[in-house]
Design a protein around this ligand. Sequence first.
Ligand code: 1WB
Ligand code: MN
Length: 346
Amino acid sequence: MGKVRKIAVEEAYSIPEVAEQLRQVVRGPSQSLDKLLVKGIYDANPDDPGYARMNFLDGLTDIEGRRLREMDELGVDMHVLSLTAPGVQMFDADTATDLAALVNDRLAEVCQRNPTRFAGLATFAPQSPKRAAKEMERAINTLKLNGFILNSHTNDEYLDDPKYWHALEAAEALDACIYIHPRGASYGFKGPLQDYGMDSAMWGYGMEVGTHAVRMMTSGLFDRFPKLRICIGHMGEAVHFWLWRLTFMNSRAQKIGRAPKTELTMDEYFRRNFVITTSGVEDPLALDYSIRKIGADNILWAIDYPYQPQAPAVAFIDAAPLSDEDRAKICHRNAERVFRIAPLPE
Ligand code: 1WB
Ligand code: MN
């Protein structure tokens, strides 16, 4: 088999205007768990050892320079770009709505200049769900972006809250997938995650998004939005590892009236409404389990640039013992289908 097209689907970027607003949030009164990490990236103070500087900002803002050269060197054909966590979700509704439009315009320009190298997931401001729905429509129909990015909770609320249904209706009607990316856990969930570096990618991020996904399934949301498609990264945030127990215990909770009745089982919702990506998890055993549990049609390759280096993520997928068919699905075909990226001519 010749060289397999590689589309990486959880690749972060930012723009200076968003970086500046995040700097303001970090200096303000917010009690969000995100501050620990966001301060280190956008407002590090070398004299404060608790907030060691993390130099990710250059990687986030440089798209067509160093990133693209590295992609060339490593044979990474495409990055599906998304505004990095926490997106616009820590800002007030007006600022968030305006910035989402700006971010999407910039993203569309990058994609139009490099149509085979970059695709993009549009940002929206859940703080204002009706305006979000309009921006979502513009992002897909006018800007031709490829789906949506959402950084888990907004002001400590999750997508099962009916206030977000405008946005979910829009996503479903547009047949566009929402990638739920982590951010710091919500206020009531943050307690034991504040120490030992557990707030972010090491542990808290997965707990936050896994919980978000389970809320969506157990609330019965997918009976209302049966065609809604959700993508979660970091090898499914381990949700599919729990599927058997989730399904068993949810059916018990339904019987005693602790959980809403649902048309399908938790197992069935996960298989119908979710796809997962390999972002940031270069573990062949976890990939093998995922393929056997939910099928190669539901797994997409991703790097998690710039938070993870590109070369090891490429080496990981190149070394994975996959059939040609599964490799093609995981490296590009599923991404083409889920994010509506034009396949290359044969
Ligand atoms: C890290 C990872 C930081 C992610 C992030 O900041 C995001 C990290 C927004 O590894 O420190 C991520 O997207 O997984
Ligand atoms: Mn990421």
